[in-house]
Ligand binder design. Structure first.
Ligand code: SF4
Length: 314
């Protein structure tokens, strides 16, 4: 690994692993966070263990809402490009992923709206039953009630999973379809960890566009990016949820270095190469700004799906 590659690997893996370990009781109680740093090096170079900090799996790109400021641009995906993972897809992707890493700290189940995937109970059973996954978190928009089958799985694995319910109640137009508080009550009755952010705020999204960035500009944009989670869609691991969405939107032709193919067994070298990469095709379409952020009410709806609108209205 050259210096630039090591710097990227350090930012994207070592620091995140240290952060995670540093938050563990054993390290924080002893107030010895530097131990977490030592352990991260020991774990990687001596034990040869690679533990992924955070991965999101898109179980469906379909959604029951069409939020104007959806950070992943889901409403822009036209019907022909939508994807819903089957249980077999999910098992194959996760088992091939885990051939190359020793564990995953946080495994997010996302959509679109994940509860629209009919196989979600079986998907959760598989994810929670996998010992190398430490915690499974479903994020739902609160429009779909938890089915008895899903509730049974969540109850069975309540020490290992939780549900984040997006709080869109500030948008009164959605009050007739939101079940957020009923979902929370049901989960709490069964001792399942869940949360609703009382003060949820969103930032306005700028529409993606071809920024025509040079290689140096792509690298600089990526370097300033604090996107934490990697994202799996259609059997591929992408650098972030936006990269997944841009692929679903077919904005760019992915190069082999833009993703890890999860349709075959992965190796730890695949992940090391991935984590040291500092130039991604997806970053050319990313208009996310860390400095100019306008706060907006969460979940303002598009009156018509944006892919049906004329370009000048988007
Ligand atoms: S597209 Fe690139 S810059 Fe934008 S969030 Fe993803 S990794 Fe970060």
């Amino acid at each position: 690994m050259n210096q630039a590659e090591w710097n990227t690997f350090y930012d994207r893996y070592m620091e995140r692993r240290m952060f995670h370990l540093g938050s563990k009781k054993i390290f924080s109680v002893l107030r010895l966070k530097s131990l977490a740093k030592l352990y991260t090096y020991f774990e990687l170079f001596f034990l040869r263990r690679l533990v992924f900090p955070s991965v999101e799996y898109v179980v469906t790109t379909r959604c029951s809402l069409r939020c104007r400021d959806c950070s992943n641009y889901i409403p822009y995906i036209p019907p022909g490009n939508h994807y819903t993972a089957t249980l077999d897809d999910f098992k194959k992707d996760v088992s091939n992923f885990l051939c190359g890493v020793d564990g995953i700290n946080l495994f997010g189940i996302l959509g679109g709206e994940p509860l629209l995937n009919k196989e979600l109970p079986a998907i959760m059973e598989y994810a929670c039953g996998e010992k190398r996954i430490k915690h499974v978190l479903i994020t739902t928009n609160g429009t779909q009630m938890i089915s008895p089958e899903l509730l049974a799985v969540l109850k069975k694995y309540r020490n290992k999973c939780s549900v984040a319910i997006s709080n869109y109640t500030a948008n009164k137009e959605l009050s007739s379809i939101l079940k957020s508080w009923d979902i929370k009550k049901l989960l709490q009755q069964h001792g399942i960890s869940c949360g609703i952010d009382e003060n949820l705020s969103w930032v306005q999204t700028n529409k993606f566009q071809d920024m025509k960035r040079s290689e140096d500009e792509l690298k600089a944009h990526f370097k300033s990016c604090d996107s934490f989670a990697y994202s799996i869609l259609r059997g591929r691991l992408y650098v972030c949820p936006l990269a997944s969405s841009f692929a679903a939107l077919k904005l760019y032709e992915s190069k082999p270095s833009d993703y890890i193919d999860l349709t075959t067994a992965c190796t730890s070298q695949d992940f090391i190469d991935f984590l040291k990469n500092d130039c991604w095709s997806a970053c050319n379409f990313c208009t996310t700004s860390r400095t100019e952020q306008v706060k907006v009410q969460p979940a303002i709806q598009w009156p018509v799906a944006p892919y049906l609108q004329k370009e000048e209205n988007n």
